[in-house]
Design a protein around this ligand. Sequence first.
Ligand code: CA
Length: 234
Amino acid sequence: MTSPTHTPSKTILVVEDDPGIARLLRDYLERAGYAVVAAADGDNALIAAGAHRPDLVILDLGLPGRDGLDVTRALRRAGDVPIIVVTARGEESDRIVGLELGADDYVVKPFSPKELVARVRAVFRRTEARQEPAETIRIADLEIDVSRMRVAIAGRAAELTATEFQLLLALAREPGRVFTRGQLLDALHGVAFESYERAIDAHVKNIRRKIEPVPGAPRYLRTVYGVGYRFAEA
Ligand code: CA
């Protein structure tokens, strides 16, 4: 593997109405080698997205005028550009709605610009990996044989039900991505009979019992408090 450099030609649209934060983000992203386009409200965000075709959008949800969630919706209707939403502390429901609308990740204010740049890189890694589905997924001691629907942990087979397998696969296919319970229910479409988000928690508990070395302190299937679940990246 080469060092984690990025393609210099990538353009990021930063949508932020606070000029200080916008400037800070531009500095850090440009220093990381990205080209930056900025917009200070929702309408200009959509105009800039149409004009510049960014490779990723960083979108503050607390915007004057057109609501950030509305912008998320409009961006999703127009295509599959990766979106990282930015929310203020305490705006948990916005975060969840943003993810459900198709945002790829979120950060909570106040955040460190360094952390945001790391998230940007991680989202690019994931969206690039999405294009080449692996037949076998290996993360640390966990091995998922996709076509045979088999799971092994440290070389020993784990017996998962079809529902548990689909759930694990959805999470493990995109390590690091946060899924809400609603999104995990969608991933089970055609498999699950229960239509309650609580059912996801029950399945997660069962999967942990089967694959986690220490189910009470999960190594792989992590809880994202107040939002949902995420699979460990390595
Ligand atoms: Ca704002």
